[in-house]
Write a protein that binds this ligand. Structure first.
Ligand SMILES: Nc1ncnc2c1ncn2[C@@H]1O[C@H](COP(=O)(O)OP(=O)(O)OP(=O)(O)O)[C@@H](O)[C@H]1O
Length: 505
């Protein structure tokens, strides 16, 4: 059906090399038709973001041609692409945190002639169009990550884009919020807007897209109608081999006499954590299951001391820990935050130094950071264990793909000597192969005598890795289940405030 149409966007023979010699794209092609939803998939480092940046006018391709509605174009700036009708929503949404939702949505479009009243009407019409509700006067800094994602989508739509490029729009969104994004995509594509949809969630790609393009090592290895694929076939072309799906290991609860590593009593915070108490024993992986905004991440931050206004008692191996990240690290705790871009890595330090940072801090080794063989070894091990795609331990985080940078953050703490490991969305943005590897490392960390707290929007993932699940709702722990005795359905019910009998709790 699409073959006869003029394509909206096409890339032909696109190559992109970076100054450090990395060839991110080789003879890549892509065709997006008007009103269609096109999936773009590939492992971490396959070249998806690079392709998106070429489309968005942020990277000039080294070779090849970009056509927009059949005409050759040479977008040298994001502004030029935007003006033509391409809106790009990148992984790390650059919203203005101190402005309101309304101000952000019209940031790129508002001229001095627009009066506040007409903007409000336009905003209301936009919400109507996407069937979503958000307070226009809320400050973006106060929004959860999922709500920010929706603001970015609204911002893209406000520019009147004909093609919306989305780089992992649902990473770290809970099921309900994902549905909101899907509904928006479906509604708008039916109205004629085309989407280029990049995601590591293959079920999303299969259910949402019309066609799919698969990148591997910078080259298009497959392209076709989504209806011709199933998950196994897609995984096979992405990784170039068969891969067992993330299998659920009904992990048995750990022995009652295993030593208590972490004990939390009556923890409350201004961020909404309310009277949280629990213990974590050596060998335990505790999953925190909750919806977006339930306070699941805030609990981790409060335990870690990142939230100085939190009060309550936190002990590691029986010793009280002062409420500060520095004290937490010294006590043997590590937190891998959800917002890794902002909190995770030092961009000017090579990978090996980033991985050694917590370790060096704990040794308080002064100012100079010599590359000792132990550090080089640790970095090599992290690169191998986590499958980090990079030229070597001397590469800078800014030279890495998003997913590979996340693996570096993970490695930084995994090899930092912590006993209590807190992970906020450990596999967000990570490809199918690496996801299984990371969950395996979490299990190994616990089996080695550590305790792990995991927050994940994917209940399936929690069940795959946890020994015990704590359900979080409105900042409280409302239920506890051994992982092998519960199900995704039950956790979803509990997280939504329904007990087994179906009564709101
Ligand atoms: N600025 C840069 N300088 C050097 N190399 C880079 C740069 N940006 C990306 N690369 C490299 O180009 C390759 C493709 O990266 P890209 O970000 O396009 O991957 P991706 O498919 O988007 O991965 P992910 O799923 O992890 O986001 C990787 O090997 C990456 O390390």
């Amino acid at each position: 059906m699409h073959a006869a149409m003029v394509s909206l966007l096409s890339l032909e023979g696109i190559g992109k090399s970076f100054p450090n010699g990395t060839v991110a794209l080789k003879d890549a092609r892509l065709t997006v038709h008007p009103g269609s939803v096109h999936g773009l998939v590939g492992a971490n480092g396959a070249g998806k973001s690079t392709m998106i940046k070429v489309i968005a006018g942020a990277h000039a391709p080294t070779t090849g041609v970009v056509r927009w509605k059949g005409e050759e174009v040479d977008w040298r700036t994001p502004g030029a692409a935007r003006k033509a009708g391409v809106a790009t929503i990148m992984q790390h949404v650059p919203l203005a945190p101190t402005l309101t939702v309304l101000e952000n949505v019209f940031l790129g479009t508002a001229g001095p002639w627009r009066r506040p009243r007409s903007r409000r009407a336009e905003f209301a019409a936009l919400l109507e169009r996407v069937n979503y509700h958000i307070d226009p006067d809320a400050e973006v800094a106060d929004l959860a990550i999922g709500e920010r994602q929706m603001v970015a989508i609204l911002q893209a739509l406000a520019t009147g884009a004909e093609l919306v490029v989305m780089d992992e729009p649902t990473a770290s969104l809970a099921e309900g919020e994902r549905q909101v994004v899907f509904d928006v995509v479906r509604r708008l594509s039916a109205q004629g807007t085309a989407f280029l949809y990049v995601s590591h969630f293959l079920d999303e790609v299969l259910s949402l897209t019309d066609r799919v393009t698969v990148l591997r090592d910078g080259t298009v290895v497959d392209e076709g109608a989504t209806a011709d694929y199933d998950e196994d076939k897609l995984v096979q072309v992405i990784v170039g081999r068969d891969l067992l799906a993330v299998e659920r290991r009904s992990a048995a609860p750990v022995a009652r006499d295993a030593p208590v590593l972490l004990s939390v009593r009556g923890l409350s915070s201004a961020t909404g954590v309310r009277e949280v108490s629990f213990e974590a024993r050596a060998g335990e992986v505790i999953g925190f299951a909750g919806l977006l905004g339930s306070g699941r991440s805030e609990i981790l931050h409060a335990v870690y001391g990142a939230d100085s206004r939190a009060h309550g008692e936190v002990r590691v191996e029986g010793r009280p820990v002062r409420r500060s990240p520095r004290a937490a690290v010294a006590a043997g705790m590590a937190l891998v935050p959800e917002d890794r871009g902002a909190q995770g890595l030092v961009g000017t330090f090579p990978i090996w130094q980033n991985i050694s940072l917590p370790h060096l801090a704990s040794l308080s080794s002064g100012r100079s950071l010599p590359r000792e063989s132990a550090e080089a070894e640790r970095a090599e091990r992290a690169i191998a264990d986590l499958g980090i795609v990079c030229p070597g331990p001397d590469a800078l985080p800014t030279e890495l793909s998003g997913g590979n940078a996340q693996k570096v953050v993970f490695g930084k703490w995994l090899y930092g000597g912590a006993r209590v490991f807190m992970l906020d969305e450990p596999t967000a943005g990570v490809d199918v192969g690496a996801k299984a590897d990371i969950l395996e490392l979490v299990r190994a960390f616990a089996a080695g005598g550590g305790a792990v707290l995991v927050v994940s929007s994917e209940f399936e993932e929690i069940l795959a890795v946890a020994t015990r699940v704590l359900v979080v709702r409105e900042g409280r722990i409302v239920a506890e289940r051994p992982a092998h005795e519960t199900s995704e359905e039950e956790l979803l019910m509990l997280a939504n405030g329904f007990g087994e009998g179906g009564d709101p709790q």
